[in-house]
Write a protein that binds this ligand. Structure first.
Ligand code: SF4
Length: 454
């Protein structure tokens, strides 16, 4: 498997996205709708109080992560699940493939999981001969389109219903329709057969409860419930920071997550799965495996980026981000897009790969304002930009310009001289200088702020 480690060409991707009017229309409609619905849904909540409590709880878990992971594992095993710890993506993929191969399974149904995207699970399973059928409608759409998700909650946000209609007609051989009810009916019929014949289901988890060893799933289509309870084998893959101490902590997140994600007061299906099916129970997988992915998190939670891992993957920061709203998720070229995606990509995939993404933010603060668990995204983005400069990963021209600017502003005389020169020569620079940006910049004033107001 060859997953690139080279730098993401965000600028080129963004230029391409900006010239795609269908994409921009779909993004505008969807993100505006979510932002309005979210604002309405949180209006009735004691929002600041809840955000503070949720933030504190998430930080408490991160500060004691290894203890909570141990407790979760112990209780999940006690409830009948088999727990596997995966140091990195490769280990997680290998564990999941081995479980399926040991059972002779060549086809699985899967519900939406960003962690499975992080470890590139589908590609890997396909390479070892296992077919994965995505069952979340958005995931199903992008799977048959041969694309990755462009939003962490709404994977096909970039497509409008006409595009989905064309895609279904082309790939599934059905008659063209752009009626969402008809298209959903087509997918439902196909997926129902998949659920009924599946020998294994793969899911992620929104939370994992340390005190009971349960995993918790929030879904809107019921497909998560089908994947985890219909086939005899269920494999859940989740990253270790998803743990919360007890079931008593869940209501906080039940109030915050759907409202922040889709503007719903409550999600349609909420499943709490505790171990495998017990004697006398009529539903549930007969064998449950839980794969706990670390992928650098144990180390990262003890450092300066710890607060990123408070994230509960609601996607509100994506919907609020003025950059994401116009370029869409694919321009980020990484598993996680938007403001949270920039930070996570830099942390999980390295600064060299993420360096251009750090320009994909206006630092307006909207992402931090909407975050239900108070992840300080603007601060983390600034911190990463500082690290990018320290590591010499900004363009040479920018480094030299900043070094020169630094030397000039240190000496008032030079600064003043530069200001006058800038004022005098600016018309010529605008005329002959490089690029649009220079053309749009205003002429520098000839007198300093102090001089003007003294
Ligand atoms: S950083 Fe906050 S707003 Fe963004 S996805 Fe995570 S929890 Fe939601």
């Amino acid at each position: 498997m060859n997953h690139s480690t080279s730098s993401i060409p965000f600028r080129e991707n963004a230029v391409k996205a900006l010239s795609n009017s269908a994409l921009r229309g779909a993004m505008r409609n969807a993100t505006e709708t979510f932002a309005i619905k979210r604002a309405d849904a949180v209006a009735a909540l004691p929002l600041e109080e809840l955000r503070e409590e949720a933030s504190e709880l998430r930080l408490h878990v991160l500060n004691n992560l290894s203890e909570y992971v141990d407790r979760f594992e112990m209780n999940a095993v006690r409830a009948g699940a088999k727990v596997h710890r995966a140091k990195d993506s490769e280990a997680a993929r290998g564990i999941i493939a081995s479980i399926l191969q040991d059972h002779g399974i060549g086809r699985v149904v899967k519900s939406k999981s960003m962690v499975s995207e992080e470890i590139h699970l589908n590609d890997y399973l396909q390479e070892v001969g296992i077919t994965v059928v995505e069952t979340d409608l958005g995931e199903y759409i992008i799977q048959i389109a041969g694309e990755g998700p462009s939003h962490i909650i709404v994977p096909a946000i970039h497509k409008d219903r006409r595009q989905v209609g064309q895609l279904f007609a082309e790939k599934l051989g059905c008659e063209y329709s752009d009626d969402p009810a008809v298209l959903t009916g087509v997918a439902k019929k196909i997926l129902r057969e998949e659920f009924l014949s599946a020998k294994a289901g793969i899911s992620g988890a929104n939370f994992a409860v340390a005190e009971s060893g349960s995993i918790v799933l929030f879904t809107n289509e019921g497909n998560g419930r089908m994947c985890t309870s219909l086939p005899p084998l269920h494999i859940a893959v989740l990253s270790i920071e998803k743990i919360i101490p007890s079931l008593a902590d869940l209501p906080k997140f039940i109030r915050l997550l759907p409202r922040s994600a889709t503007g719903q007061t409550i999600t349609s299906y909420l499943s709490v799965l505790t171990g495998s099916r017990k004697p006398g129970e009529s539903t549930g997988a007969q064998e449950m495996h839980i794969v706990l992915l670390d992928n650098g998190r144990s180390e990262l939670v003890s450092g300066e980026y710890r607060e990123m891992f408070k994230c509960i993957r609601c996607g509100a920061c994506l919907n609020a981000c003025p950059v994401y709203r116009v370029v869409g998720g694919h321009a980020y070229g990484s598993t996680y897009p938007g403001p949270m995606g920039i930070v996570l990509t830099a942390l999980l995939e390295g600064m060299e790969r993420a360096k251009s993404l750090l320009d994909a933010t206006t630092l307006c603060g909207a992402c931090g304002d909407v975050c239900p668990v108070k992840v300080p995204l603007p601060r983390l983005l600034r911190l990463l930009r500082e690290r990018r400069v320290e590591q010499g990963l900004t363009p040479r021209l920018e480094q030299n310009a900043m070094a020169g600017f630094g030397r000039v502003v240190e000496k008032p005389f030079l600064f003043h001289l530069g200001q006058i020169a800038g004022h005098v020569f600016w018309p010529a620079v605008k005329k002959f200088g490089p690029g649009d940006a220079v053309g749009r910049m205003p002429r520098p004033v000839s007198r300093t702020f102090r001089e003007r107001f003294a």
